[in-house]
Design a protein around this ligand. Structure first.
Ligand SMILES: [Zn+2]
Length: 323
């Protein structure tokens, strides 16, 4: 029975870095974003091994495992392991708000349950997701699978409706750094090599936010994590900071391994040389194994922008120890 480590973090908080570092343990395999959506052009999307996702050997073996298990499945264009399987605009509208307090979530569940498409489709989507975790573990010969989809509702559904043994790793990063990545994603949030951005297609990011919206997005994402974990009290949670991860990565990942009952590892040198097949943020395609704290927000954000951040999300940021 594999264990699933679900990374909870606001986007661009270092979750792909963490997921790739965890993959250095011989009993851990990182799959990345098993929701397998937002791949842009699925025909051109690259796995972190740099093969096209559709022709990567690892994922082709996983595809065969899934088919042998009775699923019509291809990771790059027929995963159907996420909420995008639902066509109904009613369902999509109900799923859009991030997780809130329990009373609100009860209403959401009641409203979703009115839809026959949801009642029929959810168990199938979750069964595929559960079987995919098992298939990835089997193909990799690992006992722990790391998923970095980072969608709160997805974690909630997996925890409440499947038999997966889930551990949450919550990663928190200074909101000012994260907000900058939402404001200027091409420069601050993707592969260093511009030709590898957009999942290896070199595509540009066209989605940029102003500081108020960026700060709100970071705050909402962390509020979601707190609401969610309050509603899933049985789940073991390991909390890390991005900044500590960058300053002593080996110690931080060994803390995670200890919490999972795994033996510590001796080094992270060359962590990118360990075979990996990760779906997600562009940094998985970089080749540099050095880990450097990215705090370019200190030189980049203007006084005005810092004031705006403080007004929108300063309290929460300070509560996490960022001054
Ligand atoms: Zn691959």
């Amino acid at each position: 029975m594999p264990r699933l480590v679900y990374v909870m973090a606001a986007s661009h908080s270092g979750s792909t870095l963490l997921a790739m570092l965890l993959n250095a343990h011989p009993q851990v395999v990182t799959a990345g974003e098993l929701k397998a959506v937002n791949l842009g052009d699925p025909e051109r999307y690259r796995c972190s091994c740099h093969a096209l996702l559709k022709s990567c050997d690892f994922w082709q073996t996983v595809n065969r495992e899934m088919v042998a298990n009775g699923h019509d499945f291809r990771i790059h264009d027929l995963a159907r392991t996420h909420f995008d399987v639902f066509q109904s605009p009613w369902i999509q509208r109900l799923l859009r708000p991030l997780v809130r307090a329990q009373a609100w979530e009860r209403l959401r569940e009641l409203a979703l349950a009115l839809s026959p498409e949801w009642r029929h489709g959810l168990p199938i989507m979750l069964q595929r997701s559960r079987d995919l975790v098992h298939a990835v573990a089997r193909v990799a010969g690992a006992e722990v699978v790391v998923e970095s989809s980072k969608v709160g509702m997805r974690l909630k559904m997996l925890a409440e409706h499947t038999d997966l043994d889930i551990h949450v790793v919550r990663l928190i990063r200074d909101g000012r750094a994260v907000a900058l990545t939402y404001m200027r994603p091409a420069e601050f949030a993707d592969a260093k090599d511009a030709s590898l951005r957009g999942g290896g297609t070199g595509a540009n990011h066209d989605h940029t936010l102003d500081m108020a919206a960026a700060a709100r997005e970071w705050r909402r994402s962390n509020e979601e994590a707190e609401a969610l974990l309050a509603q899933l009290p049985g789940l073991p949670v390991i909390q890390l900071n991005y900044e500590a991860l960058c300053s002593d990565p080996l110690q931080e990942v060994n803390c995670v391994f200890a919490a999972l009952g795994l033996s510590p590892i001796a080094t992270l040198d060359g962590f990118r040389d360990v075979p990996h097949h990760v779906i997600g943020n562009g940094m998985r395609l970089d080749s540099d194994s050095r880990i450097v704290l990215d705090d370019r927000w200190r030189q980049t954000l203007s006084e005005d922008e810092l004031h705006t951040f403080a007004a929108v999300a300063g309290g929460l940021n300070r509560s996490y120890g960022y001054v």
